[in-house]
Design a protein. Structure first.
Length: 55
């Protein structure tokens, strides 16, 4: 039983997977935030004037 617990605590493969998952989640949040900011700026500076000139 004691050796099983030692092996469980020494195993780092789950830790690596969690680190990659955290990095992926952080990167996807950054990408979503950047897309929202860029989309708002494009909408107000490019698409809105075009839409106003069409009507």
């Amino acid at each position: 039983m004691l050796t099983s617990l030692r092996r469980y605590y020494a195993d780092e493969s789950g830790t690596t997977a969690l680190e990659y998952a955290a990095i992926g989640a952080f990167a996807s949040i950054l990408i979503a935030a950047a897309a929202r900011i860029i989309g708002t700026k494009l909408s107000s500076s490019y698409y809105l004037p075009v839409a106003n000139n069409l009507t």
